[in-house]
Design a protein around this ligand. Sequence first.
Ligand SMILES: [Zn+2]
Length: 495
Amino acid sequence: MRRRILSIACGISLFFASAAFAAPKSLVRVGGLSPAQISHLATEGYDIPKTGHGFAELVLEGPQIEAFAKKGHSIKVLVRDLDEYVKKVKQTQTKNSAYYTYATMIKKLNEWVEKYPDICRLESIGKSCEDRDIWALKISDNPGKNEPEPAALLMGAHHAREWPSIEVPMATAKKLLEEYNGDPEITRLVNEREIWIVPMVNPDGVTYSMEKSRMWRKNRRNNSGTYGVDLNRNYGYQWGNVGASNSGSSDTYHGTGPFSEPESCAMRDFVIREKFQASISYHTYSELILYPFGYGYNIPNPDQKIFVKMAGEMAKFNGYDPKNSAELYPAMGDSDDYFYGERKILCFTFELCSTFIPNASQIPTFNQLNVPAAIYLIDKAGTYGIVNPDGREEIVNNLSLDSSLRAITDIVELFGSEGNVAMRNEALKQLEKISLRTAGIVVEEIKSGNAEALDKVKAVPQASLAMSFIRNRVLFEDAHRSSQYRQDLIEKLKN
Ligand SMILES: [Zn+2]
């Protein structure tokens, strides 16, 4: 692609020809584009961080800009030389505010494991093309055990140069670890979730992007003459060439086949093993929260309403736009289409920030906007089991009273007025199971003469189904075998 355009451009303009030799990559807003033209651009191999009404922001080299201009498109150069821009960003780093490198990430992860051994552990889930470990941090009580708790996953850096995507999962891990046993909500989540953080899915690409100061996006696969596969085009659900390129030199090259890359294979095997309920994959940029499907326009998603609702709730924290993934532009082989299409995970892609790599001084700001959204999803991972039925029976049977009441409230609020009959029925079934679990806990408490659990349920108006299960069971048993329950508690139930 690049070579072809270079030869066309040769001699057209001295300026662009000389620019071509230096080949600086620019960030350019190209206007006058139809939606069909935008979606075609990605298939042609262009790298498109942002789209909007009639425009796309593209990473282009000099002759490519010339070619768009010649076709009559409006051109606005946003960043003339992205390499220079990255160098400048690197200079904004200070001791206290710097982007994680592969080495500093590993150092921090190990510090945490040493400092919080009771609630986290570190595991390599596979190796990259260049033999680097892909590290995953598990945060949970009893981190060494695989407990029947809802599992949530946060991932960064499928794309190398999208450095903020490493920061947000790391900042979320930090909050969970530091506030455990301090903040009751965080403590509950760590106790009752299996939380996994994979801050750098593509360590080779990130290292290349940081050390060579290049706007590198892909992994570092040697394609015999060219380098790199776009890992977010390499997943095996609807893998193909819409929004992805067949050419090894392209920034959106999808690889030789689905899961041809060790990094995407590592993620696939990990996701199958852990049965995740919910996930976020972080990228930059555009300030978007995307949900599946992404491989084509208007592909029906049976759980669309849950995705829309959750994306909307998370957007309240960061002010981003929630959107169907294909609305950016359709692309085949991304992680979310596989996560939802194949594994039924409630999965989202966050396009962080308004540029690839903001100045380092912005790190605390974008973390502050996005960590609460991640915490929200980690909480919701435990609520439904409606999207992903895998393992949910066992999860429900192990819910604590607080978590089951939270789940009941959420289900009633989310689906109480659901118009889709199939979804409402599915939600109702789950509500029944969680209400039975709740009743089981409370009845045991009443038997031991403790009113606290009963009071908790009574205080939640959405828990009326659980309350009726409790009432029916206790009053029935009391009528047939008296003196099993304290009479003041029986009176409390009757009122
Ligand atoms: Zn990306």
